[in-house]
Write a protein of this length. Structure first.
Length: 497
C-alpha cells in the first residue's frame, strides 16, 4: 500500500504520539501490524488524561461504529482505540446505540471522533475508491426506460436468447421487453392474477428457462388473488406470437401465505439447470409460526426443484441431491433454511456461488452466501446476533445444520430498513468491479459492495447514497448491471467519466 492510499487504523500498537487515524501513523507502522484502508476517519479534539479504561467498539457490516463504550483495561494493556481486525467485528454490546462523541484512547491520550464514520475499505484498491469519489455511478438508461418510466418495477433480467433484450417486471403484473435500440414492447400482462391487497404482494419474480430460445418457457412468481387464502404461486407459461400467453399457465407449486408480507418472491435458474425459489417466513413479525427453523415448511426457505425431469402425475421433480431428501419430516424441495424474507438472490455467473439479501426485523439487514443445506439462523438469529425480540429464538436453532452467519450486514434503522440483494458484477464496462457483489437498501437508497479478502472473510464498503427506492438489481446477457427503482425508472451501472 502506498502512503497516498492509507488512512491508518492500527491494531494492538502503542502510538508514540496521539495521531491514530492519520496518514502519519500509517507510515510509522512496521511489519506484524494490521493496517486497513479507511474511507472517512476524522479525529478532532483535545488531549485528556488517561482514565484507565479502554474503548470497546461495535461495528456494523460496513465498518461504521454502532456503539462505543469504556471498559476497564487490564494493567499494562495498550489503550488502543479501534480494532478493525475485520469488518463487522462485534462485542457483546447492544447495537444501534451510537454515542454522539466517541473518545479514542491511544497511549493515554484521548481524541474525540465526532463523525463516527470509520468505514473499513479492504477491497482491492483498484476496485473501489473512497466514499464520495466512487469508481462508478448510476446513470439513467434514457434510451430505454429513463424517460417513459414504469410502475413499481420489481425485477430486471434477460432471456439468454441472444436478442440483447432486457425485461422489466412491474409489481402489478406487466412485463416489458426493451431491445438494444430502446424500443419498449409489452411482453406479458397477467394483471388479472396477482393480488395487490398488501404492499408486498403482486408479481414478484421472473425467470426464463435456460433453453428459452428453443422452448419458450417462462416462469413467474406472484401472489394469487384467485384462491380463498393468500397464496404464493410459481407458474410456467408458453409464448404465442412471441409474447407470454396467460392462458397457457401451468402451476408448478403454490404456498399458502398466512399474512400479506414476507412473501419472498425471487426465482432463478441455477448453473445446474434447477429452479430455485425463495419464500419468506409467512409474514407479520418475529416469525410467529417459527417457520424459519421448521424443515416441515417451505416458509423461510430457498427451494430447489427440477422442471425438466418431472415424474408422471407430478408438477415438478425433486433433485436426488437436495440436502433433506432423506430426512424424516423435512420437505425434500428445501435447499437452505433459516431465512426471514429473502428479497433477491442471484448466482455468480463465473463461480456459481449463490448470494442472497435477507430482510431483517428491526436490528440488522444481512447478506448471505447460500450453500446446500445451510441454516441462516432466523428466528434464532437476526444478522450476526441472537434475535431477542418478542417470540425470538435467542440464538437457538433447529435442524441438522448450525447457524451460518452472514458475510455482510448493516444496522436497521441507522443505515436502512430493507435490504435488496444484488449481483456479482461480471460485465465488461467496469473492469475494476469484476467479482465484486453489489447490494442496496430499499428505504435509505445506500449502495454497498462486498468482496472476499481472505478465505471465510468478506468486507463491505458503502459506495453511494443514491436516495433511490431500489427494489431490485438486474443483469443483462453481457453481465452489465441495472437497478429498478420505485421512482419508476431503470438505472444502469456505467463508468464514471
Amino acid at each position: 500500500m502506498s502512503d497516498k492510499d492509507q488512512v491508518g487504523i492500527v491494531f494492538n500498537e502503542r502510538a508514540p504520539e496521539a495521531v491514530a487515524l492519520s496518514k502519519r501513523l500509517a507510515r510509522r507502522l512496521k511489519g506484524g501490524h494490521e493496517v486497513w484502508l479507511c474511507s472517512a476517519a476524522e479525529v478532532v479534539g483535545a488531549k485528556v488524561p488517561m482514565n484507565k479504561t479502554r474503548l470497546v467498539v461495535t461495528l456494523g457490516g460496513d465498518g461504521t461504529i454502532l456503539r462505543a463504550t469504556h471498559v476497564a483495561a487490564p494493567s499494562g494493556v495498550p489503550l488502543v482505540g479501534v480494532n478493525l481486525g475485520r469488518v463487522g467485528f462485534m462485542t457483546e454490546l447492544q447495537p444501534n446505540e451510537a454515542l454522539a462523541k466517541v473518545p479514542l484512547y491511544l497511549d493515554g491520550q484521548a481524541w474525540v471522533e465526532e463523525r463516527m464514520m470509520v468505514q473499513a475499505t479492504v477491497l482491492p484498491r483498484t476496485a473501489v475508491r473512497r466514499r464520495g469519489n466512487p469508481a462508478v455511478y448510476f446513470g439513467l438508461n434514457d434510451a430505454a426506460l429513463g424517460r417513459t418510466g414504469v410502475s413499481r418495477p420489481v425485477f430486471v433480467g434477460h432471456a439468454g436468447d441472444g436478442s440483447g433484450r432486457v425485461f422489466v417486471a412491474e409489481q402489478v403484473g406487466r412485463i416489458w421487453a426493451i431491445d438494444a435500440a430502446g424500443t419498449r414492447t409489452l411482453f406479458a400482462d397477467i394483471t388479472a392474477r396477482p393480488s395487490r391487497d398488501d404492499n408486498e404482494e403482486g408479481l414478484l419474480g421472473l425467470a426464463f428457462h435456460p433453453k428459452f430460445a428453443a422452448n419458450g418457457r417462462v416462469f413467474l412468481h406472484y401472489s394469487s388473488s384467485r384462491t380463498p387464502h393468500r397464496t404464493g404461486v410459481i407458474a410456467e407459461y408458453r409464448l404465442a406470437d412471441g409474447v407470454l400467453d396467460p392462458t397457457t399457465e401451468r402451476v408448478v407449486l403454490s404456498q399458502r401465505q398466512p399474512w400479506g408480507n414476507h412473501n419472498g418472491g425471487m426465482i432463478a435458474f441455477g448453473p445446474d439447470g434447477m429452479l430455485y425459489i425463495g419464500f419468506g417466513d409467512g409474514g407479520l413479525a418475529n416469525d410467529p409460526l417459527k417457520s424459519g427453523q421448521d424443515l416441515g415448511s417451505w416458509l423461510g426457505k430457498i427451494l430447489r426443484v427440477d422442471v425438466d425431469v418431472v415424474p408422471d402425475g407430478a408438477a415438478y421433480g425433486v433433485p436426488k441431491d437436495n440436502p433433506f431428501v432423506a430426512l424424516d419430516g423435512a420437505r425434500p424441495e428445501i435447499w437452505a433454511y433459516g431465512l426471514r424474507n429473502p428479497w433477491r438472490f442471484s448466482f455468480d455467473r463465473k463461480t456459481g456461488e449463490l448470494w442472497a439479501g435477507d430482510v431483517g426485523q428491526n436490528a440488522w439487514e444481512e447478506i448471505d452466501l447460500v450453500v446446500k443445506g445451510g441454516n441462516y439462523g432466523w428466528n434464532g438469529f437476526e444478522g450476526p446476533e441472537p434475535f431477542k425480540g418478542f417470540m425470538g429464538g435467542r440464538g437457538a436453532t433447529k435442524g441438522p445444520a448450525p447457524h451460518s452467519p452472514p458475510v455482510a450486514w448493516y444496522p436497521n434503522p441507522a443505515h436502512g430498513r430493507s435490504v435488496t440483494g444484488g449481483y456479482v458484477y461480471r460485465g465488461k464496462a467496469i473492469p475494476a468491479l469484476d467479482g465484486i457483489y453489489l447490494y442496496a437498501d430499499f428505504v435509505s437508497g445506500r449502495i454497498w459492495t462486498c468482496s472476499k479478502v481472505a478465505p471465510g472473510r468478506y468486507d463491505a464498503v458503502e459506495l453511494e447514497r443514491s436516495k433511490l427506492s431500489i427494489a431490485s438489481f438486474g443483469e443483462d446477457e453481457a453481465g452489465e448491471l441495472y437497478l429498478a427503482t420505485f421512482e419508476g425508472q431503470v438505472h444502469t451501472l456505467v463508468p464514471r467519466r
